[in-house]
Design a protein around this ligand. Structure first.
Ligand SMILES: *Cc1c(COP(=O)(O)O)cnc(C)c1O
Length: 392
């Protein structure tokens, strides 16, 4: 390969020409069932007719105007996100990292605006992933990601997941907020315990610090509710969204209560593209579909079906897969073989998946998946396991 693209990714030698629902077609005419969805992003599948129509219509009107002016589609999107969440206000940006970075800034600004400028530290969870900017890398704390990029941004403390005593001990006079994913995606599909998240909420209240959730991967229906925090009966003060919000049209968002956003006055934060007419047209169309009656019931139902089918495959191939975990359609297979080998074997069988930390293969199908497509995926999983058994 003689590509002029900077080689920061380990790429597979396949390129896709077209997508249709849960399927992608490469330039050789091969069809793949997409259980990768551009990493939990194309959650309504490829070329969803309603999304294509909304985006095409907007593309013929106006793409970009700037946040110097009112953007009606942005106001409508903010209103709908507020109506369907804990939040009172929304800031729009373009990516998950930008959303996480904005959450961090907002927590610090809140403390400073309410008389505690000394509170600037954020506590994060081991295995977390919050993005690739300098501050969000420091929040994640993964040494491989930080190596060679100079001094690590100051102000982040890391504690093990589920360890309340460690969290309590980490909270100090300089703590501004706790930042947590309800289900760690990149970290290996680690579902946080409900009692743990409830206890974190109480710790935040008792210590006058903010609870922030990174729902960049779990948000927008991925776990079977519009937002993963709904499962837990706890609400954050600030939440980051991106990935599926635009179904692939780049858009991110920070949702916050009025109280948490108190410092975000004119001039404090900004983003040129953030929530431009084209991006919000896509996101509004995504919400049209996801807010339809029965949509989330479908996700929950099909998730149960898939979990059951996966258990059957694990019983048949205990040497390849150890266990399954996850919530909704964010599902992780804990492998006994190297996870990358299973991802490769599955791709050879026409099923696209993606790895995660802790030797996990993630199955993140579009939320519109049906039972017959799950049968197809399970048949591919069964064949891939058989091949790996023979090879091993
Ligand atoms: C993907 C992801 C991010 C980063 O999103 P980008 O759009 O790649 O910047 C942040 N947090 C979580 C939980 C993610 O899954």
């Amino acid at each position: 390969m003689n590509s002029k693209v900077m080689p920061t990714y380990g790429r597979v030698e396949i390129s896709f020409e077209k997508g249709e629902g849960a399927y992608l077609f490469d330039d050789q005419g091969n069809r793949y069932l997409d259980f990768c969805t551009g990493i939990a992003t194309a959650s309504l599948g490829h070329c969803h007719p309603h999304l294509v129509e909304a985006l095409t219509e907007q593309a013929g009107k106006v793409w970009h105007t700037s946040n110097l002016f009112r953007i009606p589609g942005q106001e409508r999107l903010a209103e709908r996100l507020v109506e369907n969440s804990f939040a009172d206000q929304v800031f729009f940006c373009n990516s998950g990292a930008e959303a996480s970075e904005g959450c961090i800034k907002m927590a610090r600004k809140y403390q400073s605006a309410t008389g505690h400028p000394e509170r600037y530290r954020i506590i994060t969870i081991d295995g977390a992933f919050h993005g690739r900017t300098l501050a969000t890398l420091a929040a994640g704390g993964k040494p491989e990601h930080l190596d060679g990029f100079g001094p690590v941004v100051e102000g982040f403390d890391h504690v093990p997941a589920g360890d309340l005593a460690a969290m309590e001990a980490a909270i100090g006079p300089e703590t501004a907020a706790i930042f947590v994913e309800a289900v760690q995606g990149e970290g290996g599909v680690n579902v946080m315990d409900t009692t743990y998240l409830k206890a974190l909420r109480k710790l935040c209240d008792d210590n006058e610090i903010l609870m922030m959730m990174d729902e960049v991967q779990t948000g927008m229906g991925r776990t079977g509710t519009l937002f993963a925090y709904e499962w837990e009966g706890v609400t954050p003060d600030i939440m980051g969204l991106a990935k599926a919000l635009g179904n692939g049209m780049p858009i991110g968002a920070i949702l916050a209560t009025e109280s948490a956003a108190v410092g975000m006055t004119p001039g404090t934060h900004g983003s040129t593209y953030g929530g431009n007419p084209l991006a919000v047209a896509a996101a509004n169309a995504v919400l049209d579909v996801m807010l339809e009656d029965g949509f989330m019931d479908h996700v929950k139902g099909i998730s149960g079906h898939m979990m059951q089918r996966i258990s059957g495959v694990i019983d048949a191939h205990p040497e390849i897969i150890e266990s399954v975990r996850g919530q909704g359609l964010l599902i992780g297979l804990k492998c006994k073989v190297t996870n990358g080998d299973l991802v490769d074997a599955l791709r050879d069988e026409g099923l696209l998946t993606v790895g995660a930390a802790d030797n996990i293969v993630r199955l993140i199908p579009p939320l519109i998946i049906d039972e017959s497509q799950i049968d197809e995926a399970m048949a591919a999983l069964d064949r891939a396991c058989e091949k790996l058994e023979k090879a091993g």
